[in-house]
Ligand binder design. Structure first.
Ligand code: P1T
Length: 389
């Protein structure tokens, strides 16, 4: 079965008791048992729920994995994967990651005697040099949030294997439609399903996929033991989103390409970052390991935060908000919003400068999106003229 068919049919078998074509929202906390140990496969909804099970099998199939697990948020999924570690273990992390991932690792998990080294995951030599005898996980996000840097997944997962590390890839930005980390050698994929998978900015969720039975059993144990599980209606919403993932991703990409090309030629823009542009330093790698470039574009506005603020206040279709991957276009200011939990010196060192704006291109008409950006950028130069009079 191909991607679009799996998205609609896996985990979507008609309900055996009623014939309902859509898996019902099993809004129940528990299940009646016939006798001691005699039940229909479900005992308690933290441990398992049929609506969640349907979603988990669909997500696993879309990532080309054997096992899927759903969580109450991407953060909950990431925290639960980290329960694979024991105190004293070390993790090598690609340095440009979502600010909340950085916060989870440096401000929460580091208190449990887990150690993190952040490296530039574009540079396999730097990654290799960071590995220590107690390193257990290599954590990669690609494309990264918000710089849209890529990690060479084939090369780095091979390195992880040769050093007996568990490789984990946050595939949120690409979605399984454009990138399949397990096929490229990764052990575990994590997602914020809040983003492209849910796709409609109406649910917060997370997911983990793996084909490794041992990792699956251990993460599933912690999913139940720690309890960061999604409610059945949230599972239902994400699964409904998945049905249109393929068509949405094609539109996101088409619009992102239009937006990136427009921004790249605009005099108010210092730099445009999109893996689909030939000017992206890793464009060739993007073509090799992704089947498309997804819907995220970052740019740096000339004149820093002040001008970026004028631009962001004047867009009418692009709404100023955290998050991404929904049908409606959003923009955000990473330095103060999504990556505000990273100290300024580190942000500057990574290139998350004050003038940077991150755009999540929705699936509105591309001409309207470009026109919106054009009129908002024109406000920067018109305020400059007023100020210089
Ligand atoms: O928000 P949550 O569902 O908990 O997912 C966390 C997360 C994990 N990984 C990546 C790559 C992410 O971008 C996120 C969340 N990101 C945002 C809210 C944002 O605006 O970037």
């Amino acid at each position: 079965m191909k991607f679009s068919t799996k998205a609609i049919h896996v985990g979507g078998e008609p309900d055996p008791s009623t014939g309902a074509i859509i898996t019902p929202v099993f809004q129940t906390s528990t299940y009646v048992q016939e006798g001691i140990g005699k039940h229909k496969g479900y005992e308690y909804s933290r441990t398992g729920n049929p609506t969640r099970a349907a979603l988990e099998s669909c997500i696993a199939s879309l990532e080309g994995g054997k096992y899927g697990l759903a969580f109450s948020s991407g953060s909950g999924a990431m925290a639960t994967v980290m329960n694979l570690l024991n105190a004293g273990d070390h993790v090598v992390v690609g340095e440009d990651v979502y600010g909340g991932t950085y916060r989870l690792f440096t401000k929460v998990l580091s208190r449990y005697n887990l150690e993190f080294t952040f490296v530039d995951s574009r540079d396999p030599k730097a990654v290799e040099a960071a590995i220590k005898p107690n390193t257990k996980i290599l954590w990669m996000e690609t494309p990264t949030n918000p710089l849209l840097n890529l990690a060479d997944l084939q090369m780095l997962t091979q390195l992880a294997k040769s050093r007996k590390l568990i490789s984990v890839v946050d595939n949120t930005f690409a979605s399984p439609y454009f990138q399949q980390p397990l096929a490229l050698g990764a052990d575990i994929v994590v997602h914020s399903t809040t983003k492209y998978m849910g796709g409609h900015s109406d649910v917060v969720g997370g997911a983990v996929v793996t084909s490794n039975e041992e990792y699956y059993e251990r993460i599933k144990f912690h999913q139940n033991a720690v309890g960061a599980i999604p409610g059945p209606f949230d599972c239902w919403l994400v699964q409904r989103g998945l049905k249109t993932l393929a068509v949405r991703m094609r539109e996101h990409e088409k619009n992102a390409m239009m937006v990136a090309k427009f921004l790249e030629g605009h005099p108010a823009i210092e730099k445009t970052i999109y893996p689909g542009l030939p000017s992206h330093p890793q464009h060739d790698l993007a073509k090799r390991q992704m089947s498309g470039f997804s819907g995220m574009v970052s740019c740096v506005i000339k004149g820093g935060m002040e001008k970026a603020d004028i631009f962001m206040q004047n867009t009418k279709l692009f709404a100023l908000a955290e998050s991404l991957g929904g049908v409606e276009s959003l923009l955000c200011h990473p330095a103060s919003m999504t990556h505000g939990s990273i100290p300024k010196a580190e942000r500057d060192a990574r290139g998350i400068v004050e003038g940077m704006v991150r755009l999540s291109c929705g699936i509105e008409d591309g001409d309207d999106l470009v026109a919106d950006l054009e009129q908002a950028l024109s406000k920067i130069s018109s305020t400059a003229k007023v100020a210089s009079r």
